[in-house]
Design a protein around this ligand. Structure first.
Ligand code: AMP
Length: 188
C-alpha cells in the first residue's frame, strides 16, 4: 500500500512552501498540478496554450487535463512510499475521480491535510508572493479575487467530502514555516 496524502488549503496557504520538505521527509512524490500546468505554459505546449487563459483569469482548467497529469504520475513514478498531492483535487468531481483511480489500483486516500488561513491572509500572502515568484495569476487583484471565490465555491466543499470519510485533518496555517510544518507532520 502506498500513501496518498492531499495537501489542501486556499491559494496562498503555504501548500507549495511546505510540500517539498514534507515529501522529502516521508519519501513521497510531490505533485503540484499548478506547477505542472505552469511548466506546460512555459514550454509552449498545446496543453499549456489551452490552460493559460483559464489560469490567468483565476478559473480552474478542465478536470480531464489535471486528472490526466495525476494518472500519468501514478503510472510512471516509482521508488517512493507514496504521493503528496498539492492543488488536486480542486472540486468534488476531481475527488470522486481520484477515489475511482485509486480504487482501481487497490489503494485509497490516506488523509487530507488542510492548511487553514483567513481570506485576509490569503490576499496578504499572495501579494507578498507576487513580488517574489512573479506568477501572472498573483499579480492582478481581479484574478486573486476570482481564485478566492473559486476556492469557496468549488474547492471548500471538499472539506465536508473528506470529513464524511474521517480523512480530514486541519493545521492552523498562521505562524512561521517551521511552526506550520510541525503541525502538519504531527498530523501525519
Ligand atoms: P496553484 O499553483 O495550485 O495555485 O494553481 C494555479 C492555477 O492552476 C489554478 O488557479 C487553476 O487555474 C489551475 N489548477 C491547478 N490545479 C488545478 C486543479 N486540480 N483543477 C483545475 N485547475 C487547477
Amino acid at each position: 500500500m502506498s500513501k496518498y496524502y492531499i495537501l489542501f488549503g486556499p491559494p496562498g496557504a503555504g501548500k507549495g512552501t511546505q510540500a517539498g520538505a514534507i515529501a522529502k521527509q516521508y519519501n513521497l512524490k510531490h505533485i503540484s498540478t499548478g506547477e505542472l500546468l505552469r511548466a506546460e505554459i512555459a514550454a509552449g505546449t498545446e496543453l499549456g496554450r489551452q490552460a493559460k487563459e483559464l489560469i490567468a483569469a483565476g478559473n480552474l482548467v478542465p478536470d480531464s487535463v489535471v486528472e490526466g497529469m495525476i494518472a500519468s504520475a501514478f503510472e510512471t513514478v516509482k521508488g517512493v512510499d507514496g504521493f503528496l498531492l498539492d492543488g488536486f483535487p480542486r472540486n468534488i468531481s476531481q475527488a470522486e475521480d481520484l477515489d475511482r483511480m485509486l480504487e482501481a489500483r487497490g489503494e485509497s486516500v490516506t488523509g487530507c491535510i488542510s492548511i487553514m488561513i483567513s481570506d485576509r491572509m490569503i490576499r496578504e500572502r499572495i501579494q507578498h508572493r507576487a513580488a517574489i515568484e512573479g506568477r501572472a495569476d498573483d499579480a492582478s487583484d481581479a484574478t486573486v479575487t476570482n481564485r478566492i471565490n473559486t476556492y469557496h465555491a468549488q474547492t471548500e466543499p471538499l472539506i465536508q467530502y473528506y470529513k464524511q470519510c474521517g480523512k480530514y485533518h486541519e493545521a492552523d496555517g498562521v505562524g512561521t514555516i517551521e511552526e506550520v510544518y510541525k503541525r502538519i507532520t504531527e498530523i501525519m
